[in-house]
Design a protein around this ligand. Structure first.
Ligand code: TA6
Length: 298
């Protein structure tokens, strides 16, 4: 469906419309009494969310690619059906196939005063990737209001079981990373992906002063990003997720990524609702799993 057909079928007057964005990518623009947001149909990718009376909450690189088949740098990439590199086939795209595929619009709705919901779908035909030979149905529900709720539903629509890992790989905008702490994960074990041999833990909130890439497993704990320079808290709750990933690339890794500005790393932190490593999820035929992240600011 082209933009005109999408608007004819799914636009909501004064609340939701479709337009062509950077690189010619199809975007959904949502603006209601409580917030505004933009979502790219390529990747089912929430690119921005800004509740009224707050500065933008999600971070986006000024150097991101915007073309079909290339991941967008920032917002909320959907990593599925594997998190990180594919262990068996390292030549497969990092973080899976969902974030670079074109998703279908399933529905748009004003679900209560000032809250707008968009539902998108992706199946194995849409994704067109022979390297993942399983029938699946993904459904993404994005609910935009004073909070942002993103739910990825995964259904095994095939006749064989499959095991997946994945994440809602959320990039948050912060004033300066050295003025930020992350509450909620203190005392919990994590794998330091820069030094993965032995599990680590720390008994205080996270304060980032170098490249940080951590996977906390077996936890359903909510997190709070305390941003002293912007004078705000970003609350990150989750369900259907047993892993939380915390990432900042810092100087060298940022410089090594063409779609990440060398001076951009102080302005962001990733807190990801995931199922990674030992938290991989196996779905029998007909099984369904929902992975949800709920974000709010005060
Ligand atoms: O979630 C953290 C991480 O796995 C890092 O290791 C880094 O690779 C980051 O994701 C970004 O991955 P990408 O494939 O989007 O460049």
């Amino acid at each position: 469906m082209n933009i005109q057909e999408l608007n004819q079928r799914f636009a909501l007057a004064g609340q939701l419309l479709f337009r062509t964005g950077p690189g010619g990518l199809p975007l959904v623009e949502i603006f209601n009494d409580q917030a505004s947001a933009s979502i790219c149909l390529m990747g089912g990718h929430v690119m921005s969310w800004q509740p009224r009376e707050h500065a933008p909450v999600l971070w986006m690189s000024g150097h991101s690619n915007y073309q079909i088949g290339k991941a967008i740098r920032g917002g909320i990439p959907i990593c599925w059906p594997w998190f990180g590199a594919n262990a068996k086939s390292p030549e497969f795209p990092a973080h899976g196939i969902a974030r670079t595929a074109l998703w279908r619009v399933l529905s748009t709705a004003s679900i209560e005063k000032g809250v707008t919901q968009l539902r998108l779908g992706l199946n194995q035909t849409d994704a067109g990737f022979s390297g993942w030979p399983h029938n699946f149905d993904l459904e993404l529900a994005v609910t935009v209001g004073q909070s942002l709720q993103v739910t990825l539903g995964i259904r095994n629509s095939g006749s064989d079981s499959f095991t997946w890992t994945g994440a809602l790989h959320s990039y948050f905008s912060v004033g300066h990373i050295t003025e930020v702490t992350v509450e909620g994960l203190q005392g919990l074990p994590y794998t330091d992906r820069l030094d993965p041999i032995i599990p680590k833990s720390e008994d205080h909130s996270i304060h980032i002063t170098a490249e940080t890439d951590r996977i906390y497993t077996a936890t359903e704990q909510a997190c709070r990003i305390v941003d002293r320079s912007l004078g705000r808290n970003i609350h990150v709750e989750k369900s259907g997720s047993r892993s939380t990933v915390v990432w900042n690339p810092w100087v060298n890794k940022a410089a090594a990524m063409a779609d990440f500005g060398n001076e951009e790393y102080p302005g962001m932190i990733c807190i990801e609702a995931a199922n990674a490593a030992d938290d991989a999820v196996t779905l029998e035929p007909g099984d369904e799993h929902k992975l949800t992240q709920i974000i709010r600011v005060d």
